[in-house]
Design a protein around this ligand. Structure first.
Ligand code: GDP
Length: 460
């Protein structure tokens, strides 16, 4: 762990009422004193004037000093609340870096405050990730989910499973040296039943974690189809009711025009692929290439047709091309639009012949839109009945749980038949413990740790 103090602007770039500069280090009393021209009181909002090296006033600000370990990072922390100008915050950060030079202060790297909080045992890895999720949450449900993880609900479930596996492992390993009585002892202690119960709890955790991943990552949905079938109308129809709160965040890499909505709290990232056609225009070709990228990335593709004109699904082979390019795991929903234009007899027929992945809608009247929304969510695996109590989760968590499950199943397959299988049984228990330990970060290689925190922003 790097010992030098770190500093960064903790608020987003741009101008606003207040900007906060955060400093963390093992001994920051001296730096606080240099800023305030008097010793700091811990957790007290000091009003002071900050000058540059030449004595010119930069700002009138507040300084709060948190004495470690009672701080976010577990180290001494200084927060400077200054006026929120982009240039001003940078000038103040520069001044702090200048003053902190004697203490070896450096500009913080992405996620470094959270990394220090984690390394100092203030939060575990799931909680560190939950902070990022909370900041990036795109719906109220995602906020609640991240808050649950941050409070430790996800970590508690994982730790409880690790504890149960540990107890079982102790039991199995303690009998390894007693050849005669061991099996009887294990039988009477119901080792097999205990393993089965752990597996059951793990399965429940898998389901909850899958929901958490959907809540965090959302669904990438591409709208595809020939011109004039009503793609833009459907987009507007969905946006009109369910538009998510979207804020332009500088520094995020979004090169495609996307719109986001939330369905039952699940973020749905919509990409309108209206421009799919052959074009000689270079700029348009780039746009089309991106559209194909969107199709490749999509979790769900809505392939749209016009019910009032389409008999045989003539689309110049577009649907086949889309299917060929789509991710193997992507779900394709065939949507027939303009239901309002077909006569009522055909209309009834239309609805009753709705096949598994075919939905009839009218983007104009809103008919069938609710069914379409349900379909989008259910294909993604969202289970509304599990939504209460869901915490946000990531791929990383799901793979670790899957790994743990595999080991437990292997242990179950080995059974408890003699010393050799007891050895293997215990070893698989150990492997499952290790896998689960990666979730909260107990057993995570350093490079992976670095990778996780580097995805955070500077100042986080
Ligand atoms: P896109 O080219 O696929 O994006 O199609 P648009 O959304 O621009 O729609 C093409 C035309 O169809 C417009 O004139 C729309 O008003 C009309 N349209 C779209 N959806 C419906 C619908 O459900 N019913 C009717 N009657 N017209 C629709």
């Amino acid at each position: 762990m790097r010992k030098h103090p770190i500093a960064a602007i903790a608020t987003p770039p741009g101008s606003g009422g207040v900007s906060i500069i955060r400093v963390s280090g093992q001994q920051l009393v001296g730096l606080a004193e240099a800023l305030l021209a008097k010793p700091p009181t811990t957790r007290y909002a000091h009003h002071f004037f900050l000058n540059d090296a030449q004595g010119n006033r930069l700002d009138e600000a507040l300084l709060i000093f948190f004495k470690g370990p009672a701080s976010f990072t577990g180290e001494d922390v200084i927060e400077l609340h200054c006026h929120g100008g982009a240039h001003l915050s940078q000038a103040i950060l520069n001044r702090v870096l200048e003053l902190g030079n004697d203490w070896g202060i450096k500009q913080a790297e992405a996620g470094e405050f959270s990394l220090r909080a984690y390394l100092n045992g203030k939060i575990d890895l799931v909680q560190a990730e939950a902070i990022a999720d909370l900041i990036n949450a795109q719906s109220d449900a995602a906020i609640k989910g991240a808050a649950r993880s941050l409070r430790g609900q996800f970590s508690d479930s994982v730790n409880q499973l690790i504890e149960e596996i540990t107890q079982l492992r102790i039991l199995v390993e303690s009998t390894l040296d007693f050849p005669e009585e061991e099996i009887e002892f294990l039988e009477s202690s119901k080792a097999n039943e205990r393993l089965a119960s752990i597996l059951k709890k793990l399965q429940a955790l898998v389901e909850k974690t899958q929901q958490g991943k959907i809540l965090r990552d959302g669904i990438r949905l591409a709208l595809v189809g020939p011109p004039n079938v009503g793609k833009s109308s459907l987009l507007n129809c969905l946006l009109g009711e369910e538009r998510a709160i979207v804020t332009p965040v500088a520094g995020t890499t979004r090169d495609r025009i996307e719109e986001s909505i939330t369905l039952q709290g699940v973020p749905v990232h919509l990409v309108d692929t209206a421009g799919l056609r052959v074009s000689a225009d270079v700029v348009e070709q780039i746009g089309i290439a991106r559209t194909w990228d969107a199709i490749e990335d999509a979790d769900t593709i809505i392939f749209m047709r016009d019910l009032s004109t389409t008999q045989s699904g003539e689309d110049g082979g577009l649907e086949e091309k889309v299917k060929a390019r789509a991710n193997k795991k992507a779900h394709i929903i065939e949507v027939f639009n303009k239901l309002d234009l077909v006569d009522s007899q055909k209309r009834q027929l239309g609805i009753s012949t709705s096949e598994k992945n075919t939905i009839h809608i009218s983007a104009k009247t809103g008919d069938g839109i609710d069914a379409l929304k349900e379909r989008i969510l259910s294909l993604a695996g969202w289970q509304a009945n599990l939504a209460a109590g869901v915490f946000t989760a990531r791929d990383r968590h799901l793979s670790a749980i899957a790994e743990a499950k595999e080991s437990l199943l292997k242990a179950q397959a080995h059974g408890l038949n003699g010393n050799h299988s007891l050895d293997l049984f215990a070893e698989e228990l150990r492997l499952s413990q290790d896998a689960l330990g990666q979730i909260t970060g107990k057993l995570l290689p350093d490079e992976l740790l670095g990778k996780i925190f580097s995805e955070f922003c500077i100042g986080k």
